[in-house]
Design a protein around this ligand. Structure first.
Ligand code: EZ4
Ligand code: CO
Length: 402
């Protein structure tokens, strides 16, 4: 079997997605997600100009060799653009291998380690009252875990809080909007939010919170320690993670579990975090981390160090990425939790998929391959439309992580 064509499809059914579709001479096709929020066309051009020509004529069965060819063979390693492009190829080749074998991809990864993939939803509101109502809504839908984000008094808007509750989408403007941030106001408010949520819903519900890279290690240590009475499942991205050493300071001061990694591209971004047990959950997912092949290596390495998976599952990862993540989630021994932000009905229609939600779990389905595809006719109805994440400033105007 040979690869005869690879199409890079950009579509915007409510938000932008980049998808690679690999076609073989025997008519078997595979899909991979290549979406990089706010930098979509950089990956599209990387694939179209620099990767697709290298794929034509290759044996699609040689997944590992193709991965190494694109990674080592490029000389320039890592980075979100390169790794998202490699991820798309790798994911599409696993899809093809599954279809050829007549098996869902999780069977090729060792089979089921659990009955379903536990997911967490996003409960958010401007006020605590609104947050409590949202948490109740997720409980009604059967969720066992929720991420709680709340508006901060004195700030006009806060990461994770939006009007479109089920389909939260922060990339909302053709040029970046600017938000204002105050760590002092945030730290003064958040513990009281979790006190109310725990008081209202009791000890069983798993609670999570995303600090979105905004704190210093000592500020994160203080937040983690002030949240200890409310027994969070994780505190996410407490600090920027370029300095892996920074997490040691957080660890010294709090037993609140730490999750990070949604912006990482390779195991090297997390090697110290994992090997020194400075985190509890690694949040890398398929499209950002070089595909199923590399992410499985990361998760295996994490398993040796008591670190569990907690794959990113925001709306800027397409249903193709979600499907691939679910095959890994259901098969690995050290699965933790899977983020699940629902896609809009328009997105679901462009990417028909077999995975489904049921009572707090996602199931990858039994279709051969990944069980997801792109409807290219539907995709063509939604042309690319520039959209960026906001930029953050402190109250004095200094740039701050968003
Ligand atoms: O802000 O994916 O945990 N989820 C997140 C996401 C990220 C977006 C950025 O594109 O932090 O909502
Ligand atoms: Co996050």
């Amino acid at each position: 079997m040979r690869i005869v064509e690879a199409r890079v499809i950009v579509t915007s059914p409510g938000r932008n997605f980049v998808t690679l579709k690999i076609v073989t001479d025997e008519g078997v096709t595979g899909v991979g997600d290549a979406t990089l929020n706010g930098r979509e066309l950089a990956v599209e051009a990387y694939l179209r100009e620099h990767v697709v020509p290298l794929l034509i004529g290759r044996d699609p069965a040689r997944i590992e060799d193709t991965w190494q060819y694109l990674y080592q063979g490029a000389y320039w390693r890592r980075g979100p653009v390169t790794m998202s492009a490699i991820a798309a190829v790798d994911t599409a080749l696993w899809d093809i291998k599954g279809k050829v074998a007549g098996l869902p991809v999780y069977q090729l990864l060792g089979g089921r380690s659990r009955e379903g993939v536990t997911v967490y939803g996003h409960a958010n509101g401007e006020t605590v009252t609104e947050v409590l109502a949202e948490v109740a809504r997720y409980l009604d839908l059967g969720y066992r875990a929720v991420r709680v984000q709340c508006g901060v008094p004195g700030l006009a808007n806060t990461y994770g809080v939006s009007a479109d509750k089920m389909f939260y989408e922060p990339a909302d403007s053709a040029l970046p909007t600017e938000a204002t941030w105050s760590t002092e106001r945030y730290l003064a408010h958040i513990p009281s939010v979790f006190a109310r949520v725990r008081d209202e819903f009791g000890p069983d519900l798993r609670l999570l919170h995303d600090a979105h890279h905004r704190l210093t290690p000592i500020e994160a240590a203080r937040l983690g320690s002030s949240l200890e009475p409310y027994a969070l499942t994780w505190l996410e991205d407490p600090v920027r993670a370029e300095l892996q050493e920074g997490f040691r300071l957080i660890r010294r001061h709090t037993t609140t579990p730490i999750a990070t990694g949604e912006v990482f591209n390779s195991v090297w971004d997390a090697s110290q975090l994992i090997s020194e047990q400075l985190i509890d959950y690694i949040r890398m997912t398929v499209v950002r981390a070089g595909g199923i092949s590399h992410l499985r290596r990361v998760f295996d390495f994490a398993a040796l160090h008591h670190v569990r998976s907690g794959s990113h599952g925001a709306t800027d990862l397409s249903p193709v990425c979600m499907a691939a993540a679910l095959h890994l989630d259901i098969s690995i021994p050290n699965f933790g939790l899977q983020e699940y932000m629902r896609h809009t009905p328009e997105t679901d229609a462009v990417f028909p998929h077999g995975y489904h939600y049921d009572g707090g779990y996602l199931h990858p389905g039994e279709a051969p391959g990944l069980g997801v595809d792109i409807d290219e006719e539907a995709a063509a109805r939604y042309p690319y439309s520039p959209a960026y994440l906001p930029v953050n400033r402190l109250e004095d105007g200094s740039i701050h992580p968003w």
